[in-house]
Design a binder for this molecule. Sequence first.
Ligand code: FES
Length: 590
Amino acid sequence: MTVNLTIDNQPVTVPKGTTILNAARSIGIKIPTLCHMEGVVSPGSCRVCLVEVEGARTLLPSCIAQVGEGMIVHVNSKTARTARRTSVELILANHPLDCNNCSRNNNCELQTIASDMGITASRFPRLVQEHPLDLSTSGLTRDMSKCILCRRCVTACQNIQQVGVLAAQKRGFATIIGGGAKANLAETTCVQCGQCAAVCPVGAITEKDAIADVWAALDDPKKHVVVHTAPAIRAALGECFGMPAGSRVTGKMVTALRRLGFDKVFDTNFAADLTIMEEGFELIKRLTDAVRDKKAVALPQFTSCCPGWINFAETFYPKSLPYLSSCKSPMQMEGPLIKTWYAQKAGIDPKDIVVVSVMPCTAKKHEANRPEMVDSGFKDTDYVLTTRELGKMVTAAGIDFVNLPDGRADELAGESTGAADIFANSGGVMEAALRTAYEVITGRELPFPSLHVASIQGLDGIKEAAFKLDGCKPEFSFLEGVTVKVLVAHGLGNAHKVCKKLEAGDLAEYQFVEIMTCPGGCIGGGGQPRMTDDNVRRARIAAIYSEDESRTLRKSHENPEIKRIYAEFLGEPLGHKSHHLLHTTYTPRQ
Ligand code: FES
């Protein structure tokens, strides 16, 4: 059913239930918003989107108010413009206005809206609330002095991730967003996923900035600074420079990193391929123990490459920990290998090597600082930059990113396959693992068109696939006829559902489960360019699969550098050296 109305004298017909905001957008009229987020019900708290509706007794927030038949809406009337301007001026009266010292300078929605409205000063007396900076976690910085109480972070934390940390505390002018009686995030059950930072319109919650540390390392002639970039960066970094979502910028990214001065540019994708080898063989071992040797084994095996998920499992579902693969994440595999294998090959003292990773994620900053992540004898990863931070460094260096020529990652820990690319997407780790595990067990390629397990791709919250093993190699004859069932979930709200099923014993028929903290997987990570909505996620996902399909090698076990590292250094998957450098343990945090 459709509704007819006019907005600024333009007729428009939209489906019943459409908000005035979206009706206006459908005919090219842009109404400013601050608290509104696509895909969720607006809290209607900021009043920046007010419009005048003839016959209505008050101005209406267009992000909430729905269209009505015959409605006459004015966006550009003096009354509506003045009301919106007043809303912004009132917000500015409570804001520090310290833009030059804010990490969101030139990338702040409040600053942009005020500028678009031509506001240079607020008419209202300034009443700024001072709050101490919360620097208690490794991943996030909270500055509640800058908070505009839009509650987007509350929606991300409560409704989407269902972690339940951030909420409005106190009332009226004293209202503050926080973790209840716990003053600092580190005292709460925050998993540092950064989805709050990804949606904050201002500089109230951001990643903990590592840019100064990385510049200091690059400027130190005694340091050999090595960088590696996560699979999801190459499908999003271009957005920092105005390129459309889903632009594939792998080659430009490598060139930019060299121009920034990194001594070696490796690729986390190399370690993603290594993760598949270790995690795939771990799964085969668990299946062998369970099916052939009738041992009591924790199955299904859960993936472990997402640090927000690890924090979540340790905090909320400690009974799930035996089910988690003992594999470290690709980032934490790449780091110790750079400080051991690469250091030996290059003849460099590992104490002089600085490992910088570029990640789509704020929880990675926490992961790098976990006390056990020192298996190389040094801190395995020294600094983690988000995609946004790398974008800022490239801009600061005056590099014309869009027009850069393509470069190639350095040899040794820079070669990768399409299986590693798809780690960036929900369902990708699972598909990559199946590409290798199926071939190891049967000697044949995974029997799906273009190697894709279509039912576990895309943005559905919980997805699954099932297929029968047949024609197994003689050494795996005990798996002949076994139906493999796999489950994939993304977003911690969905992880809750899967973990509750595990606790209830309802996952017994599954062998492997993939969990990613962020909606869409790493392509939607808390450190990616803002704002990430489902259209942006789909564009980045399409870019990642097209990167995969453009490759000659698309299975991790075919990566020549992976073959080389096992032959020269690690020995075999799950071997002694692998266990020391590439595997870890988890700690209940309740
Ligand atoms: Fe509509 Fe905030 S965007 S009330």
